[in-house]
Structure formats: structure tokens, C-alpha cells
Ligand binder design. Structure first.
Ligand code: ADP
Ligand code: ZN
Length: 646
């Protein structure tokens, strides 16, 4: 359950697959693109033309003049048409003779199949018709001029014309809206909030809590307001900032506040606005967006849900928009590289899943700043309630602290929702003001709706999470080399439930003991669950995943185990099909990894049992306050580095 963001494992060798996106690009595409549909339609039309089926309703067969005469004499027709500009003569086969002539039914020949021959002079045509009439096979003869080549050409172009017309029609529908139409497809759909419009009233005052994120974002305002201050010293203004956090935590709100405070135009759109079925639309929208933003610089571009386009390339997800998404992303990268750092355009983007983003987006000079916007803890929730309760007429029994306590795991948006819902419920009950019970009903209603979607927790879960997180915090405090704790919370964040922040020590080499202590702290969450709740849970997934990797790297890469000392089996080949060791070594590695892990797990349990009173105190503090800081842990366990020795 711990997701300590600062504690990146420097110990692991670089991942060989993760960072490389260009290599993965060549992977086969399962995507199904709409252009295939066009190809199939055109192919089918071409086939129909080739087999001689035309719009007039039948196939045509070319024969010699003598044979043509035989068809006429046999009475297969009563209509002959001579084309004087092409010198061809055609007969239209009578319906009852079609099978005799072609050997197939009208379903394959068409209603009016024809037979055509070339003639040298018009006398031969006259003679042919006269002969037929005298043989009691009367036929009508009509002469026709022209068409010929030109007509055929037109006929063959017709399907293409129809297709283009159809395509334009669909494009127009998709383009939609004012100024849409076919010319508007490549235009960006960004909503522009400018000075004076009523949307930019938002300032930092409207964003409650989120002090850390606000601090970072204020710097961006400063960049936009006083760029000279930074550029004068040779610094470069960052191009992009990525707001990372669960939905509804106020990322859009923060970005709008930046625009409001800096008093600059603000272009806002969602990642999915770029992605269309039509090839090239996304890319040209990106181009257009940057052009507009540059024209209005200084300005801010805000792309919500950037994962819609920023997903790692080549990640083989079979959607029709796959290729399109990639080219859109490429265009975005190009634009971000292309514009001058000091041009006064800052791009902000929001996502709740950084881990799926293409690494190229996070590289220096692009979204090189990440601002974490997390679910609010109890105090922050109180502040958010403060903001959203303002417009509501409250009854006398409302206690903001109580409301904050009742809403663990709620996001800012959920809280805004609770306030609104409470007002509606009060109105329904004809209350003259919104009372406590209305809020409780609103919370119930929203929890009911959220249960599946988000991480609202039950009281038992909250207890288990507190035990778990207190386990991490205690052990890392009590071990000699554990990372110093900054804060622990049990508010759910991202994929994990609770989280703990630690300050990693600055060190360029890591001792074996340090790695073991880290392992021990990682495993302490589950150890505490086992000891003090009697159950273990899935909440420890990311802990044990990291622990396993860490232990594996100790054994296989750093040569730190007793059974395989001083051996490094690290291979930096990208696609290692064979392992650089044999089966017996593989078995030894597995054994050593298991041994190290279980030793540290037992050690964690021992430390926790020896300090069970302190752990329990920490856990109940966490359960009550949801967040615990260094001072609290110090008060409980005393100063650090006098703890258990190995
Ligand atoms: P996100 O972009 O992170 O999904 P939004 O910024 O769209 O979330 O937030 C939705 C709404 O929730 C906001 O309009 C606001 O009413 C409310 N809200 C979210 N976080 C906060 C906060 N920290 N302070 C005040 N209101 C908030
Ligand atoms: Zn954990």
C-alpha cells in the first residue's frame, strides 16, 4: 500500500523494455482503420466495371459481325442500336433469350444484356437488318450518335464522384458546430477563455487545500508574468507541466486558476478532442492549436486527459484510432520541441495515469514538471467544504469538521457534489435551511453511486489500511537505515490505498544493510496486517512487487547473497531470449530471493511485536487523523537511529 514517491529504487538496473518506445513502434498493428473501408468499396466498384456490368442494366459481350448476324437471325433480339461515331452495333437480348445466349440467369447478366460488334460501313448494318426482316425476324434499328469514349469515361468516374461526395458529407457531419464543415475539421476545438469573459474569474482562492500543487503552479504564473526575471539569468522557462492525480481533485480548476491569476488567454480542450477517425485530423488540430496560442502569447494551453493521445506508442491496443493517435502524439511532440522556450506559451496537461504516458512526453523540454494533485486529507476536505458551503444557506447544526470526517476518500468534485445534493434534498423536504441530516443523506447517496468507481472505504478497510501504513512507518523509523519519514496518510491515492512519503537519503552507493532495511520496511505493511488484524490482503501488492524486484536485484545483479556471492547476471540486451545462467543457478537465485524475503518478513514481524504498543498508537492516530507527520512518529518512538541493530 505504500507508494512513496520520493523513494525511487536507484538500485535496479535500468529497465530494458520500458524506456524504449521507438523499438516497439515496429510491432504489428492490429488496428482497423477506416481507410480500409474506402479501399474495399473502390475495389468492389472497379471489379464491377471490369466485369462489364454497367449502370444501364446488363453485361455486354463483344463478338464478330458474322456472329452478331447469327444472333439476330436466331431471333434473340428485337432491338438493334447502331452507334455511328464508334462504328459499333449492339443488340439488346430479349429477356426470354438471355439464358440461351449467355447460359446464365438475369441475376448475373442484368436485365438488359447486350451484344456488340464493330462494323466497317453503314451499308452492312442496313443489309443485316433487311436480311433479318425478310427472314421474319423483325428488329427495330435506331441510330445513336456520340457518347462513346467520353460517356464511358464519365461512367467510370461516377462512382468516384459519388464516393467523394459521400466522404465530404460525413466529414461535414463530424466537423460539426459553428465554423465546422469540411474546412473546420483540422481546426483545433479548444475553448478559449480570455480576459473579460466570465469564465476566468477563478483564482487560487477558489482552490482549497492542495498547498503543494498550488505552490508549484504559482511559479508558473510567475514565469508568465515576469519572464525576464528568469531569462535574464540565462534560465529557460519550462514548456510544460503535467498535473497528475485522480479525477475530480481540481486539476482543471488549478489550470484555470493559473490562467486567471496570470491574466492570460487560456486554451482548454480534452485529449479526446484530437482523436478522430479521419487520418491527419488530430495532427492538424494540434498544429492549429499551437498557432493560435502563439498568436496570443503569453498564453496557456490546457489539455485535459492527455492520456487519450499520450499513451505509449506501439502499445498494441486494437482501436481504430490507433495510428491516428500516434500521429497526433508525434505532432504534439514536434510542436513542443519546435517552439521557442521563451515564446510565452506554457502547456499544462492533466492525467490520472502517468504510467501509461509515452516516455517521450515526459522528457526534458516537454512536460518536464510533474505536479501531484492528490485526494484531500481531512483538513483539506474541511477547506474544500468551506469553499462549497459558502453559497448554501446552512442550518445551525452544521459542523464542518464533522462533514470532513464523514467523507474519507472523497475528491473535491465529490464534495462539491455533496454540497449541491444536500441543498437539493433540503429543498425537496421543504427545509428552510440545509441541515446536518440533509448532508448525511447526500453523502450516503454519493457513496452509493461511487462505491464501484472510486476508492471510498468502509470503516474496517480504513482500520486495516491504518494498521498497514503504521507498519511501514514504524519499521522504517526503527531500522538503522530506513528512510526518514515525511508523512503517512491513509487517504487512497492512485492505484494504492494509503501512502507514505519518505525522504530518501542522498547517496550514490547503497550498502547491503540499507537494502535489507528497505526490504524490511516494504514488507512491514503486510506483516502488520498479519499480526494485528489476523488477515493479509491484496493491499500489499505493490509492496511485495517492489520487494521481490529489490531482492532479485540483490541476488542476481549485485552479487550480495551467500549462495551466489560476487556474481552479476545482468544483461543489457534488449531482447534477451536466453538467460546468462544455467538452470541450477536459476534455482539458486530463486531460493536466495525467497530466503532474503522471508528473513526480512520475519524480521519486520519481530520489530513490530517488540514495538506493538507504539505501532498501535500510530495506527489509531492515523485512523483518527488520516495523516501523520514526522513529529508524531518521533513523539511515539523517540528520536531515530538508536533503534534495533542487526
Ligand atoms: P479534475 O480536472 O481533477 O478532474 P476538476 O478541476 O474538474 O477536477 O474539479 C471538478 C470540480 O470539483 C471543480 O469544479 C470544483 O468545484 C471541485 N473541486 C475539486 N477540487 C477542488 C478544490 N481543491 N477546491 C475546491 N473545489 C474543488
Ligand atoms: Zn504498503
Amino acid at each position: 500500500m505504500s507508494d512513496n514517491k520520493n523513494k525511487r529504487p536507484r538500485l535496479f538496473p535500468p529497465k530494458t523494455s520500458g524506456g524504449k518506445t521507438s523499438g516497439a513502434d515496429k510491432s504489428p498493428k492490429t488496428g482497423f482503420s477506416l481507410s480500409w473501408v474506402y479501399l474495399i468499396i473502390i475495389g468492389a466498384l472497379a471489379y464491377m466495371l471490369y466485369t462489364g456490368q454497367d449502370a444501364s442494366g446488363g453485361i455486354n459481350k463483344e463478338v464478330s459481325l458474322t456472329e452478331f448476324q447469327r444472333y439476330v437471325m436466331n431471333g434473340y433480339t428485337n432491338r438493334v442500336v447502331a452507334n455511328t461515331s464508334e462504328n459499333t452495333i449492339s443488340l439488346i437480348v430479349k429477356p426470354d433469350s438471355i439464358r440461351a445466349v449467355f447460359g446464365m440467369g438475369t441475376d448475373r447478366t442484368g436485365k438488359e444484356p447486350t451484344i456488340t460488334a464493330n462494323y466497317a460501313n453503314s451499308e452492312s448494318v442496313e443489309a443485316l437488318v433487311a436480311a433479318a426482316r425478310s427472314a421474319k425476324q423483325p428488329v427495330s434499328l435506331t441510330y445513336k450518335k456520340g457518347n462513346g469514349m467520353l460517356w464511358n469515361l464519365l461512367m467510370s468516374l461516377l462512382p468516384i464522384v459519388v464516393l467523394v461526395a459521400l466522404w465530404m458529407f460525413v466529414l461535414r457531419r463530424m466537423g460539426g458546430g459553428v465554423g465546422g464543415g469540411i474546412m473546420g475539421v483540422g481546426k483545433s476545438r479548444a475553448k478559449l477563455f480570455e480576459k473579460g469573459s466570465d469564465n476566468t474569474g477563478i483564482t487560487f482562492k477558489d482552490v482549497a487545500g492542495q498547498e503543494g500543487a498550488k505552490q508549484e503552479v504559482k511559479e508558473i504564473v510567475d514565469f508568465l508574468k515576469n519572464p525576464q526575471k528568469y531569462t535574464a539569468l540565462g534560465g529557460k522557462i519550462p514548456k510544460g507541466a503535467l498535473l497528475v492525480g485522480p479525477p475530480g481533485t481540481g486539476k482543471t480548476l488549478l489550470a484555470k486558476a493559473v490562467a486567471g491569476e496570470a491574466d492570460v488567454p487560456f486554451f482548454s480542450l480534452a485529449g479526446s478532442d484530437f482523436v478522430e477517425m479521419f487520418v491527419g485530423v488530430g495532427a492538424s488540430r494540434v498544429r492549429d492549436l499551437f498557432k493560435q496560442a502563439k498568436a496570443k502569447a503569453p498564453s496557456i494551453i490546457f489539455i485535459d486527459e492527455i492520456d487519450a493521445i499520450g499513451r505509449a506508442r506501439g502499445s498494441r491496443i486494437a482501436t481504430g484510432a490507433n495510428d491516428e493517435r500516434e500521429s497526433t502524439l508525434n505532432q504534439l511532440l514536434t510542436e513542443m520541441d519546435g517552439f521557442d522556450t521563451n515564446s510565452g506559451v506554457i502547456i499544462m496537461a492533466a492525467t490520472n495515469r502517468v504510467e501509461v504516458l509515452d516516455k517521450a512526453l515526459l522528457r526534458a523540454g516537454r512536460f518536464d514538471r510533474q505536479i501531484h494533485v492528490d485526494l484531500p486529507d481531512m483538513k483539506e476536505r474541511r477547506d474544500i467544504f468551506g469553499v462549497h458551503l459558502k453559497p448554501i444557506k446552512l442550518g445551525g447544526d452544521i459542523d464542518i469538521d464533522f462533514l470532513a470526517r464523514q467523507t474519507p476518500g472523497f475528491s473535491g468534485a465529490d464534495i462539491a457534489n455533496v454540497c449541491n445534493e444536500a441543498a437539493l434534498i433540503a429543498a425537496r423536504h421543504n427545509h428552510s435551511a440545509v441541515i446536518k441530516q440533509d448532508f448525511l443523506d447526500a453523502v450516503d447517496r454519493i457513496v452509493g453511486g461511487l462505491e464501484k468507481k472510486s476508492k471510498v472505504m468502509t470503516t474496517e478497510e480504513k482500520h486495516a489500511i491504518a494498521i498497514h501504513e503504521a507498519g511501514h512507518a514504524s519499521v522504517s523509523w526503527l531500522t538503522r537505515y530506513g528512510n526518514p519519514l515525511v508523512k503517512v496518510t491513509i487517504v487512497p491515492r492512485g492505484q494504492s490505498l494509503g501512502a507514505a512519503w519518505y525522504l530518501p537519503e542522498e547517496r550514490s552507493i547503497t550498502l547491503r544493510e540499507q537494502m535489507l532495511d528497505e526490504l524490511c520496511s516494504l514488507l512491514a505493511g503486510r506483516a502488520a496486517e498479519e499480526l494485528f488484524t489476523g488477515h493479509i490482503s491484496t493491499g500489499a501488492l505493490s509492496d511485495i512487487e517492489r520487494a521481490t524486484k529489490l531482492a532479485f536485484s540483490m541476488v542476481a545483479y549485485y552479487g550480495m547473497s551467500d549462495a551466489l556471492p560476487n556474481l552479476c547476471y545482468y544483461t543489457n540486451e534488449e531482447y534477451a531470449f536466453s538467460k546468462p545462467y544455467g538452470d541450477s543457478t536459476a534455482a539458486k537465485i530463486d531460493e536466495e530471493v525467497q530466503r532474503i524475503i522471508s528473513e526480512q518478513y520475519e524480521r519486520a514481524k519481530r520489530i513490530l511485536l517488540d514495538n506493538s504498543k507504539g505501532h498501535a498508537e500510530l495506527a489509531s492516530l492515523l485512523e483518527e487523523r488520516e495523516v501523520v507527520f514526522t513529529e508524531d512518529v518521533e513523539r511515539i518512538f523517540g528520536k531515530r537511529h538508536q533503534g534495533i541493530e542487526h
